[in-house]
Every structure is written in structure tokens, then in C-alpha cells.
Write a protein that binds this ligand. Sequence first.
Ligand SMILES: Nc1ncnc2c1ncn2[C@@H]1O[C@H](COP(=O)(O)OP(=O)(O)OP(=O)(O)O)[C@@H](O)[C@H]1O
Ligand SMILES: [Mg+2]
Length: 261
Amino acid sequence: MCRVIAISNQKGGVGKTTTTVNLGIGLARQGKKVLLIDADPQGSLTASLGYVEPDEIGTTLATIMMAIINEKEFEITDGILHHKENVDLLPANIELSALEVTMGNVMSRELIMKEYIEAVRTEYDYILIDCMPSLGLMTINALVAADSVLIPVQAAYLPVKGLQQLIHTIAMVKKRLNRQLVFEGILLTMVDFRTNYAKDVAGKVREAYGEKIEIFDTVIPMSVKAAETSAEGVSIFSHCLNGKVAKAYETIAKEVLGNEE
Ligand SMILES: Nc1ncnc2c1ncn2[C@@H]1O[C@H](COP(=O)(O)OP(=O)(O)OP(=O)(O)O)[C@@H](O)[C@H]1O
Ligand SMILES: [Mg+2]
């Protein structure tokens, strides 16, 4: 059985892409077959995995979604890149933003990505979708295609308002387009243990949302090591296996495996 997880928060720079890379490769290290989908025209996931010029890649998520819109055939291997840390990647680039505009006029425009995922899900144990920082049509497509949504929250400020908007959008998707959608959980990222403030934010998020949404016990520490990995095109496991960020993502991968049982 394949589980499809959308990694989403419309707030920028909260650790969505970093979490997609390291949770994905963390799951692969536990023996799972994993596909990472870049659903952000910035192509950060693609670049983080070492494909440093996303705009030069020919076949991307946009190509395949366009084929689906035009009712053209596609192969499940189309566009797939194989990363050396045992995960597959469907890349993205700037073409995705043009597609998002085009898609606005298409029938069943929220269901295009789902059609792709339904075709490839037999090949994988986990599919992670790295969403863009917006709640537009591309993110709605990801939420409709997903079984669950994982919400990274940066522990550096009080994110209550932005989270309410995200949770409302998820509730609407669940009601109208994807009854099965559940919360994978809130993941606190970039936690600076030296400050009481970070602990305070963690406490406040638990207070405000802990009853409705599972909050991962493990938090991701703030570390320059996490930021360095994307420049190298590898995960934190290749960059600094014994560091605290690698340990944290390894534990999160195990928590996600446990969520399914
Ligand atoms: N645990 C961490 N410690 C320190 N820096 C981090 C950590 N996690 C991520 N970063 C850095 O923070 C920045 C934002 O992270 P990331 O790109 O994963 O966020 P994002 O939510 O995907 O951003 P966007 O909304 O632009 O897609 C990046 O420069 C990344 O390297
Ligand atoms: Mg990102």
C-alpha cells in the first residue's frame, strides 16, 4: 500500500523542501520505495537534490500534467530522475507556474495531479509532494491527490493566523474533493533550543492545535548543517549522519512509519 503525503504550508521558508528531502530519504533508508514530487515552480526540491538548473530539465511535473489535460498518453517512468540516495524525483521548474494559470480554465482542474498519482502509486511505498508556498490551484491539486498532509511550522514566531487559513483550506478540500484526507501531523522545524522563545512557541502550538492535529513528538533543531545540504545536492544523512538534524529526521521517518500501523 502506498501512502501519499503532501508537505504543505503557505508560509514561505518554513522547511517544507528540507523536510521533503530528509523525510523522503529517511523513509528510503528504512527500506521503503519513495517518490518525491516537486510541486513548486521555484524548483527548490529539484535543485536541493543536485539538479541545479531546473529550468533546463525537459520533462517535469508540468509536462505530465499538461499531457493529462490534453488527454495524451504518458508512461509512469516519464520525467523520473533517480537520486543516488535511493529515491525517485519528479522535478519541477518555472513551467509549472504557466501551467497553474492554464489549468484555471480546465474541467476538473483540481483532479489533474491525482490522475498522475493514481497511475504511479502502485510503484511506491511513499510519495511525498513538496508544495509551493501558496494555497492556489497547484497546492489544492496536491491536497486532493494526497492521503495525508504534513505541516512544517517554523518555531520562530507565533504562526497561529496562517495555520488557521491552511487548516480551513484543508477542511474545504476534505469536504468537497477528498474525503479520505487526514493530518499526518504538525512538525516544528528550526527549533533553537538555546532560546526559551522556541520552547514557548512549541507550547503554544500544542495548546492551540494539539487536540485537533497530531504534533510530532520530535522537533527539527535549527542547524547550519541542514542549510548546507541543499548546496551539495544530498540529504542530511549523507552530509552529517551523526548530527542532531539527521537523528531528528530519522526519528520523524520512524514516526511516519508508525502512523500507518
Ligand atoms: N533545521 C534547519 N536549520 C537551519 N536552517 C534550515 C533548517 N531547515 C531548513 N533550513 C533552511 O531554511 C531555508 C528554508 O527552508 P526550506 O527551503 O526547506 O523551506 P520551504 O518551506 O520549502 O521554503 P519555500 O516556502 O520557499 O518553498 C533554507 O535555506 C533551508 O536550507
Ligand atoms: Mg520549498
